[in-house]
Write a protein that binds this ligand. Structure first.
Ligand code: NAP
Length: 281
């Protein structure tokens, strides 16, 4: 039987509708500041989508644009200004930053309580320790999708392909916190297919089409594809959907899978940051 599709778009719309109802009575409204450095077309598009999502749920958003030539000090100073601004409850610095800017240094400047992406070392450290934290949006969305789809995580063999700060590494930690037995694979991993074949759950976040194909899976595995690649004007994931769908029991599509859930988790994180900040004021 072909795999059932995990409809991330529908799940995300339901979450956004719930968040909208929660935001409606709030005053002042939560405000998310999005810092975009340069004009990388993909980053421009992603930030537009994030502003649109804020608007859709009744959250305010601020668009902070800096030239691609902005210095590290200028970016850091923009972040510090937002940290001090009582009208801003969440800060997101769109990645990647231009090559001459040290991403770690900039992300470490974001006040941890306004760090909606969860990339600050304090939030990442808390995640690693299994403590309450703001968790990165894409992996948080992946775990939510799995749970909402009725996938029991405890005791499962999960393989995460990719070890980036944005997806792979935090996802591995989250699955570990959910009591999965986790294997992390990367560009130096040997015999990837032998490893994935033993997995109950395979999550792929690499940025290369066909990294995962059906013959690399055991029958009935669950597959989550975070990849987004443009191939001949079409958006495709990192998994070959047709062959994967023949082997898997559940699979996420691209588009309409992980992407929409990432945005929903961003809004959820921004609302959580707002609540924590306003409770303290
Ligand atoms: P990244 O920072 O470039 O990391 C890619 C990871 O894949 C690295 O850990 C790399 O290993 C590993 N890798 C590369 N080639 C491999 C191979 N042949 N076999 C196994 N592992 C390999 O990418 P990212 O930021 O995590 O993004 C990954 C994909 O997810 C991209 O397509 C991106 O667009 C997408 N993404 C989607 C969303 C969403 O909301 N849908 C959000 C974020 C990212 P090394 O560490 O050894 O180099």
């Amino acid at each position: 039987m072909p795999a059932k599709i995990i409809d991330g778009k529908r799940m995300a719309l339901e979450i956004l509708a719930r968040l909208k109802r929660q935001i409606a009575p709030l005053s002042p409204k939560p405000c998310l500041a999005i810092v975009l450095v340069g004009d990388n077309p993909a980053s421009v598009l992603y930030t537009q989508k994030k502003h649109e999502a804020c608007k859709m749920v009744g959250m305010e958003s601020r668009n902070i644009r800096l030239a691609a030539s902005a210095s590290q000090d200028e970016v850091v100073s923009a972040v510090r200004k937002l940290n001090a601004d009582k009208g801003v409850h969440g800060i997101l610095v769109q990645l990647p930053l231009p090559w001459h800017i040290d991403e770690n240094a900039v992300l470490s400047e974001i006040a941890p309580e306004k760090d909606v992406d969860g990339f600050h070392p304090e939030n990442m450290g808390r995640l690693a320790l299994g403590l309450p934290c703001t968790a990165p949006c894409t992996p948080k969305g992946i775990v939510r999708m799995l749970k909402e789809s009725g996938v029991r995580l405890e005791g499962k063999n999960a393989v995460v392909i990719g070890r980036s700060r944005i997806v792979g590494k935090p996802l591995a930690l989250m699955l570990l916190n959910e009591n999965c037995t986790v294997t992390v694979c990367h560009s130096k991993t040997r015999r990837l297919g032998e490893i994935t074949k033993r997995a109950d759950i395979v999550c792929v976040a690499v940025g290369k089409p066909n990294t995962l194909v059906g013959r690399m899976l055991k029958k009935g595995a669950v597959v989550v594809d975070a990849g987004t690649n443009r191939v001949g004007g079409r958006l495709v994931g990192d998994a070959d959907f047709d062959s994967v769908a023949k082997k898997a029991s559940l699979a996420t599509p691209v588009p309409g899978g992980v992407g929409p859930m990432t945005i929903a988790m961003l809004i959820e994180n921004a609302l959580d940051c707002y609540r924590k900040i306003t409770r303290r004021q």
